[in-house]
Design a protein around this ligand. Structure first.
Ligand code: MG
Ligand code: MG
Length: 253
């Protein structure tokens, strides 16, 4: 079932989103060679709880940590652990929190230290794809307009869209209806209305789109071993257009 949020509910989700934006900014700054993905997980847990929020990933479908960290060929859902970050690694950070009963879900990919040119381009194209998708989250548009905008941008740059994992509605739960695919056809799918809150999250592979799941049953990796990249924001659709909830106050998404 799709729930449209009232303005007072969106205001609370915005407070959740601001908190998550701060946590993600700290995590992105913290990434450096020699640290482990577990070090990032500890920062996430500490900084979320400091903001009167709960690290909603912990225990979600049995997930054992507070943050997903996916490095290089890892696509999404990487479990923090002893993996040491190396210079130039692409590090995807996916984080969620619950504040006063409302979810925020967001993430980004950063290079560890200096990115190589190909890595920098993959990051930039994926970030742009998220922006293109957000811009289509307008009343009267349809979900297919979001997916088509993301897909067209990514494929025009020679990269591929991972299809098995999608964005989603969000609110009282992290994953609500509808699913928000990163591909589609303009004018197709659910009509977008004010009050709809969505997490849009393009997942982009350098090589082929196919993925596998590691024996840990969580970590998704590219089938061809090449790199992957991801960006995500939670937004609310308003009569005026998309309001990004997981950007820092005063900073556009
Ligand atoms: Mg997420
Ligand atoms: Mg999400």
């Amino acid at each position: 079932m799709i729930t449209l949020k009232r303005n007072d509910e969106i205001a609370l989700m915005r407070e959740a989103g601001w908190r998550l934006a701060e946590v993600l900014a700290l995590l992105a700054e913290a990434v450096r060679p020699g640290m482990t993905t577990d070090d990032l997980d500890r920062i996430a847990n500490r900084e979320i709880r400091r903001r009167q929020s709960y690290p909603g990933f912990l225990g979600y479908d049995g997930f054992p940590k507070h943050l997903c960290v996916s490095v290089e060929e890892e696509v999404v859902h990487g479990i923090p652990g002893p993996r040491e970050l190396r210079p130039g690694d692409l590090v995807s950070l996916d984080c969620g929190l619950i504040y006063k009963g409302w979810w925020a879900d967001a993430g980004l990919t950063v290079a560890c230290g200096q990115a190589d040119p190909e890595g920098a381009r993959l990051i930039e194209v994926t970030r742009q794809a998220l922006d293109r998708g957000i811009q289509m989250a307008l009343p009267g548009n349809r979900l297919g307009d979001i997916g088509a905008a993301v897909q067209q941008h990514v494929e025009a740059q020679g990269y591929s869209i991972v299809r098995g994992y999608t964005g989603h509605g969000i609110g009282r739960d992290m994953h609500e209806d509808p699913e928000v695919p990163n591909f589609g056809r303009p004018g197709r799918g659910l009509e977008i209305k004010p009050g709809l809150c969505l997490a849009i999250e393009p997942i982009v592979n350098e090589g082929q789109a196919a993925t596998l799941i590691r024996p840990d049953r969580w970590t998704v990796v590219t089938a061809d071993g090449r790199r992957s990249c991801y960006f995500e924001h939670t937004l609310a659709v308003t009569a005026e257009g998309p309001l990004v909830l997981t950007a820092l106050p005063g900073v556009a998404g």
